[in-house]
Design a protein around this ligand. Structure first.
Ligand code: S3P
Length: 171
């Protein structure tokens, strides 16, 4: 069966919702951020710190290509995966790409105090979230379908992903 690739901004619930969906479908689950850490042998903040974002995006591309080749998997992607359109092309080859959308207030709440995301490490977090969301909006639109999960529980979001997948898997 085709994969389900979840895209969307940081802290929109891609991992937690993706795991739930994988459980229900008895699919495997893979997170591209985990794969990046495995490939590089480093934690994400360390990669940014030592080698910068460009290097990180290079490894991310390899991770996406690897994950895309799997079958029967839910693939949770990092929030910046969409910035390289070829990543979306890869994910769509064997999968349905579903974007989870959340408003900036919920993102801020989900992120909490102990955020380890280097992209949000400098400046005012809320302002940064809003600016990045605006900047990336266009890229997130390349998904097959977008679900606004701002007011949904994890279970509701998972069920909506399943519903969308069942309609789009034969496209
Ligand atoms: C990033 C999102 C992160 C991670 C990295 C960069 C981004 O993943 O890939 O810190 O540029 O939006 P999550 O979306 O899982 O937080």
């Amino acid at each position: 069966m085709k994969n389900i690739a979840l895209t969307g901004f940081m802290a929109t619930g891609k991992t937690v919702v993706g795991k739930k969906v994988a459980d229900i479908l008895s699919f495997g689950f893979i997170d591209t951020d985990d794969l990046i850490e495995k490939i590089s042998g480093m934690k994400i903040p360390e990669i940014f710190d030592k080698f910068g974002e460009k290097y990180f995006r290079g490894i991310e591309k390899i991770a996406v290509a690897r994950a895309s080749r799997l079958k029967n998997h839910v693939i949770s992607t990092g929030g910046g995966v969409v910035l390289n359109p070829s990543n979306i092309v890869q994910l769509r080859k064997h999968g349905v790409v579903i974007c989870l959308k959340v408003n900036p207030e919920v993102i801020l709440r989900n992120i909490g105090d102990n955020d380890k995301r280097p992209i949000l490490a400098t400046g005012d977090v809320y302002e940064k979230i809003k600016a990045l969301l605006a900047e990336r909006q266009h890229y997130y639109e390349f998904a097959d379908y977008t679900i606004d999960v701002s007011n949904m529980s994890i279970d509701d979001a998972a069920l909506t992903v399943l519903d969308v997948y069942s309609k789009l898997k034969t496209r």
